[in-house]
Design a protein around this ligand. Structure first.
Ligand code: LLP
Length: 402
């Protein structure tokens, strides 16, 4: 089936995010299938793309949700995720967030420090509840990825060391208001090498065994997210290799295996469409100025991340160009030295692999309205978020204008 993207950009306007829901479904099913024969739960990492329709689509397929704020928990519930498939992670949860999570009775809170455990215990006590918890272990393994998205080394702020985790489990097990049901690790994002995951799983599974020996029975083994995707020419981890490594680590243990993929599910389901405004030449350098900008998709500016860029349906000899937006920052670019044919006003530029950490990291910098989002499913297209207006942006300020 060929999709007329040009017509869709005309229909919905630019800049625009489009997500292929059939692709998302495929990804979910492929990963779930790789867990076949074992109890598993795929907790989609909502932070990657938290549009309600995206979450709802995955929820219908059976996915749970990994959330890092009470707002994300609310989104997951709103989108129809079963409350017993929702986990709440993150290094810094406020008391009111903890309270709300306990009241909503979600599967578990994932703890990242001893101090946080004590807060959760206190809040649970106040509510007369028992909090189901898991502890994020920092296995001190180098995930071999970009330092900004690496999280499994002691030098990172995430999780607790093995010894500390063990002490926390012993404490939680004795507490009337804590119920340690899970264990968790997440060593980084965009992982393309299985070894660090395998090593981490081994270390954490050993801790599960030593806890079992002292009658602390862990039920959920959460291996985090991080599965890498193809942006350029990366070789990614095969789903069945991934699950085989995990199965190997938990041999002999009766556990539900959980994972928290974000990027894997949605990155390559999405593309960002933007229209050419002008071309200009500054000395040797060719610039293509488009109507999308860093506020819409910040990954290139923030991480120097590579996204494949193409001109839709434009032929001609290519020369290198910097694709830049209208924001007043030199860092406002989508790609540098991108081979592009000669372009004219309104030609469409596609920034690929933009389904993860695209819209969710968008801002209103320069009072730019956030783009619209469109779902493509079974040959149909539908709006899943309308383009923001100026009024949407000033609504919370207008009443205070003196
Ligand atoms: N679980 C935890 C505890 C996480 O911290 C993350 C991502 C995930 C799951 C999902 O990871 P994924 O499967 O998507 O790799 N903004 C960055 C990525 C930050 C990832 C943060 N944590 C980017 O645009 O590359």
């Amino acid at each position: 089936m060929t999709i007329d993207y040009k017509a869709l950009v005309e229909k919905y306007g630019s800049p625009l995010y489009m997500y292929d829901f059939d692709y998302i479904e495929n990804r979910y099913k492929t990963l779930k299938e790789a867990f076949a024969g074992k109890k598993s739960l795929i907790n989609y990492a909502v932070k990657a793309n938290s549009n309600l329709s995206v979450i709802a689509h995955l929820a219908k397929l059976g996915a749970g949700a990994d959330c890092v704020s009470i707002g994300e928990v609310q989104r997951a519930l709103d989108a129809g995720v079963n409350k017993y498939k929702i986990i709440f992670s993150g290094v810094g949860k406020r008391d009111d967030e903890i309270e709300e999570a306990l009241e909503k009775d979600i599967l578990m809170l994932n703890l990242e420090s001893e101090a946080e455990m004590k807060r959760v215990e206190m809040v649970a006590k106040k509510l007369g509840k028992e909090a189901r918890i898991s502890i994020r272990v920092n296995p001190n393994i180098d995930p071999q990825t970009h330092p900004y998205i690496s999280t499994g080394l002691h030098e990172n702020k995430f999780g607790v060391e093995i010894d500390m985790a063990k002490r926390m489990y012993i404490y939680a097990n004795k507490s009337e208001h804590l119920n340690p049901v899970g264990i968790h690790f997440h060593i980084g994002s965009q992982l393309t090498n299985l070894d660090p995951i395998r090593e981490s799983a081994m270390i954490v599974a050993d801790l599960v065994r030593s806890l079992k020996a002292i009658k602390i029975d862990i039920k959920f083994f959460d291996v985090g997210g991080g599965l890498g995707v193809v942006y350029d020419d990366e070789t990614t981890i095969r789903e069945t290799d991934y699950t085989a490594a995990i199965f190997e680590s938990v041999k002999g243990l009766d556990l539900t295996i959980m994972c928290e993929p974000g990027r894997y599910m949605v990155a390559n389901a999405g593309a960002f469409f933007t229209r050419v405004l002008y071309e200009k030449q500054n000395g040797e350098r060719r610039f293509v100025i488009v109507d999308g900008a860093m506020n819409d998709l910040i990954r290139p500016s923030l991480y120097n991340a590579y996204h494949k860029i193409e001109a839709l349906g434009v032929e001609g000899e290519t020369t290198p160009a910097d694709v830049v937006g209208p924001v007043c920052e030199s860092g406002d670019f989508f790609g540098k030295n991108v081979p592009l044919p000669p372009l004219s006003h309104n030609d469409i530029i596609v920034v690929q692999s933009a389904g993860a950490y695209g819209f969710t990291m968008a801002s209103n910098y320069n009072t730019r309205p956030k783009p619209a989002e469109v779902a493509l499913q079974g040959g149909e297209d539908r709006l899943i978020r309308r383009r923001e207006t100026y009024e949407d942006q000033v609504r919370l300020e207008r009443e205070f204008l003196q």
